[in-house]
Write a protein that binds this ligand. Structure first.
Ligand SMILES: *Cc1c(COP(=O)(O)O)cnc(C)c1O
Length: 374
């Protein structure tokens, strides 16, 4: 089965991991800082803290933002459930605002209508790698006195008006799951320009430990002394995986280019196929495409999904609106709340897209899809 997404592992990646395995550090060592520094080259210099997953990154980012019971977090339903679940776990009320009907990105006007004095964070997702309308969202967040979070699990390396993802929001989270553009097997990161946000993120990742004597309440014990001032967890990404991430980041420019070439081929080959809507691109966006999301019109998405799978082509659906999950239904969230997201979900289908997808395999995807739709 041709997958919808997969990692690209080269000999350099294998060598980088093997080298760390033979060295002195398996976990927190020099590869962690090297990886974070290389990642910051992709965020326009905004510093980064690596963590164990994109989900951990979201948890850490909401903690750094001070999200707690009584707060609202406004977000998009067109995302993986973790964007909302991590805020709900902190006791926040998740408020879903609708998306733009074509990009499936959070609509700034819907976000504007959803904010209240309790809104602490507006969490956008750069769906499929296409940056959200960050100008509009920034205005809404500033007007509401909220922080802007960018769940950039799809969009590492993407640009918005020439500015890189990671520098657009107050907090940006990345995922390095194997289907994502850069992988560490499991992994994630948080980027924040504000030193207070970054410091809270870094501490929460490591049990909340304070090791700097100048910051300790009772520093006189000796060199071993460390203190916990606020609770945290162990979300440390090990050296072994950071070495893989560092090696992968060195290939990101190549990944971006190959994904862009595949997207251009899909756009050209599918332009005349009836019953399809192709992913749009806004003038402000220079995306690192993570997904190639088409919309299947005429109520045929289910049929197309099944027939593509029967043909050995592993298409995927991204995503069921987050509030359709029973956990949100049980909290009183009802279908119909975000009609654009629901209409998008009803038609959405992700075609295979990853750097090692060959032109020949892509041709087969297009031929199979065309045959079903003609
Ligand atoms: C993959 C993903 C996550 C979660 O990342 P993990 O590394 O799998 O925990 C969160 N948000 C979005 C939009 C994602 O695509």
């Amino acid at each position: 089965m041709l997958p919808y997404g997969r990692q690209s592992i080269a000999d350099d990646d294998v060598r980088a991991v093997a080298e760390v395995l033979r060295g002195d550090w398996l976990t927190t060592g020099p590869a962690v800082r090297a990886f974070e520094a290389e990642l910051a080259r992709w965020t326009g210099g905004v510093p980064c803290v690596s963590v164990t997953s994109g989900t951990a990154a979201l948890h850490v980012a909401y903690v750094a933002a001070g999200v707690k019971a009584g707060d609202d977090v406004v977000t998009t339903p067109m995302t993986f459930v973790a964007t909302a679940a991590t805020a709900a776990l902190l006791g926040a009320r998740v408020v879903f605002a609708d998306v733009e009907p074509d990009t499936a990105n959070l609509d700034p006007e819907a976000a504007r209508a959803a904010v209240t004095p309790r809104t602490r964070v507006i969490a956008a997702v750069d769906y499929a790698g296409h940056p959200a309308d960050h100008d509009g969202l920034r205005e809404v967040a500033d007007g509401a006195g909220a922080l802007l979070l960018d769940d950039a699990a799809h969009s590492i390396g993407s640009l918005h008006r020439g500015r890189p993802v990671g520098s657009l929001a107050d907090l940006t989270t990345f995922s390095f799951f194997p289907t994502k553009t850069v992988t560490t097997a499991e992994g994630g990161a948080v980027a924040a320009a504000d030193p207070g946000l970054l410091d809270r993120a870094a501490r929460f990742r490591n049990h909340g430990l304070v090791r700097e004597p100048a910051l300790q309440r009772d520093p006189g014990h000796g060199g071993w002394h460390q203190e916990v001032h606020t609770f945290g967890l162990n979300y440390r990404l090990p050296d072994v995986l950071c070495a893989l991430g560092l090696s992968q980041l060195r290939r990101l420019a190549q990944f971006r280019a190959r994904r862009a070439a595949l997207v251009a081929r899909y756009n050209a080959m599918l332009a005349q196929v009836p019953g399809l809507a192709l992913p749009p691109r806004r003038p402000y966006a220079d995306p690192s495409w993570h997904l190639y999301p088409v919309r299947v019109l005429g109520g045929r998405r289910r049929e197309v999904y099944d027939r593509m799978r029967e043909a050995g082509i592993g298409v995927q659906v991204n995503y069921i609106p987050a509030y359709w999950h029973p956990v949100f239904e049980d909290l009183g969230y009802r279908r119909g709340m975000c009609p654009n997201a629901e209409a998008y979900y009803a038609r959405q289908l992700s075609l295979p897209l990853y750097p090692d997808l060959t032109d020949t395999d892509q041709d087969r995807v297009v031929e199979t899809l065309t045959k079903i739709l003609r």
